[in-house]
Design a protein around this ligand. Sequence first.
Ligand code: HEC
Ligand code: HEC
Ligand code: HEC
Ligand code: HEC
Length: 497
Amino acid sequence: MRLLRQSIWWIWLLAVLWPPAAGAQEYSWLAYGDFRGQFEPCGCDPRTDLGGVQRLAGFALRERALNPEVLFFDLGNNIAPPKANSNSNADAATQGIKDRFLLEALIRINPAVVLPGRYELLRSRWMGDAWTRLKAAANAGGPLPYVLSNLKEGLGPQWLKESAKPFIKIKGVAVFGFTWDPALASFLLPATSPAGIRRLKILGGNPELAGLYKILLFNGPDPQLKALIKLSLFDEVISSNRASDTAKPDQPDRANEGRSIVRLTIPRGAMVLQSQLGGQGVLRGGAARRSEAKSLEAIFSKGSSQTSPLPSFPPPALALAPLKNVSWLERDSLNPEVWSAFFFAYESALKDSFDVRAKIRLADLVNTPFAGSQACKGCHAKAYDVWAASKHSNAFKDLIDKGKQHDAECVGCHVLGGSEKGGFVSQEASPQFMNVQCENCHGPRKEHATNPTAKPRWKPAGNDFAKICTGCHHPPHSPEFDFKAYWGKIIHGHMKD
Ligand code: HEC
Ligand code: HEC
Ligand code: HEC
Ligand code: HEC
């Protein structure tokens, strides 16, 4: 209670003594980030069909046409996490292409400020190579405006030393950046150490920045954020998505839309905005948001169920009032005209890589353990008819319709044996293995098809039939999956009775 009263007092004091800094009304910003290596959404389910840089490009064009002054903040964590994404079927080559083009696309968006996130810093060597290549190809469009306020003097990888500034001043705003991970301690200062605190206080107290509105872009764990808030140096903190590293960015949290953005009043009278956008949307802020801010009367008025509880300080948990100021990157933000040559180059690079992979896999077709559904038709006519009428038998055509039949990431779940020896190679070399087939679920059956008694009765491990499905039917790609309901649509064999 004492804390609550204290924070009310603070808000009152700030409202009286701390009118918005000059210039603060004149800017508005848009923040995005956390693509996690996801160049585009899969579109497997309309509900998860969000995000991707192509839509971001269309969105940015539209917003700049409306307001050429708008500032774009890139919150980082845009390339894939350092360890191979366990949820993804993409092979390393496909992911490499996606990361490279993602980086280039984000440079083309031309943000005012970029925070190098944990992923960029943990994959510093890769970033250095990409940086050099982009510069050599003159695609980089000048140095990226990286901001990192806690970089140790003279340390860190070359690309970062060359590009990162401790703060960036634009109009009436000073933008700072803070990223932390214990694995990066050799060149970053934590906000929980005396050296880190000293550094931030010197930066924040810089007389050159007096009167400016101070924004901090943040990527790191909670204790760091709390330590930063305690310093009371910033008017606004924009924290990037902190969902676990294994969460895929195309796993939208739309049911939790309100909860995914927290607004937290901090002593300087401003707030923390925490986004779980994960490459799916754009957070709006600045002047536009400020005019939407609740009045003090509204905050203090009782009885309104809409009014969120006042935060105590220090915050017990970082989950508070919802802010509905996200623009989701939906299909309607896609503008096929924007950078068409760039996106064409992306598709060609994927196809080249796919062709290389197909060439290597071609030899395995000779001794394939797979038979293909046609081979089962004669003896299992009923099962065959069920399959032929199901969407599984059409899974590859759906990829072709989207022009994604050369994207190894997509192909993996839409064919037979996409990553197994002797499985699908390409539309031309192995048309009999296109689509999801009997053997995706029943295992390779070539031997059985000629000698049905050769193998013991098929059972999935632990009799867990649902597990056969969830290798492909998992949240980003099949958010509504329910074994009973889905099996009901393709039921065959003795489980029918
Ligand atoms: C992890 C496996 C997996 C990956 C990877 C995958 N898909 Fe899918 N896809 C599915 C599943 C499962 C469904 C069926 C979803 C459902 O109906 O619940 C599906 C459905 C679809 C559909 C049909 C949508 C409709 O409206 O009927 C399309 C199109 C599609 N995927 C395209 C893609 C593209 C493009 C990619 C690559 C960017 C991709 N998929 C990657 C598993 C996958
Ligand atoms: C999406 C996965 C899936 C696909 C595709 C699929 N099946 Fe099945 N199949 C199952 C499951 C699950 C069962 C139930 C197992 C049971 O009843 O023991 C089953 C049962 C069967 C059975 C009966 C087994 C028994 O002991 O009664 C046969 C035969 C069979 N499938 C053949 C086929 C053939 C042939 C195709 C292709 C034309 C096919 N299945 C496609 C998953 C699949
Ligand atoms: C020449 C006929 C023949 C062909 C071709 C054939 N099967 Fe069978 N299959 C059988 C017979 C016979 C059984 C045993 C029936 C039983 O036990 O009820 C059987 C049993 C099965 C079973 C259930 C028992 C087990 O082994 O798990 C599955 C699943 C199955 N077949 C899948 C397939 C698939 C998939 C194909 C195509 C790749 C295929 N079969 C091709 C004749 C055939
Ligand atoms: C190899 C990956 C894979 C596996 C394994 C798999 N599916 Fe699918 N499934 C797909 C894809 C891809 C689609 C979408 C095909 C399309 O529409 O393009 C799909 C679509 C479906 C659909 C149609 C959904 C609709 O909207 O009508 C059902 C039902 C389904 N699967 C059931 C199952 C069940 C049950 C299992 C497990 C016994 C299973 N699937 C296993 C990939 C898979």
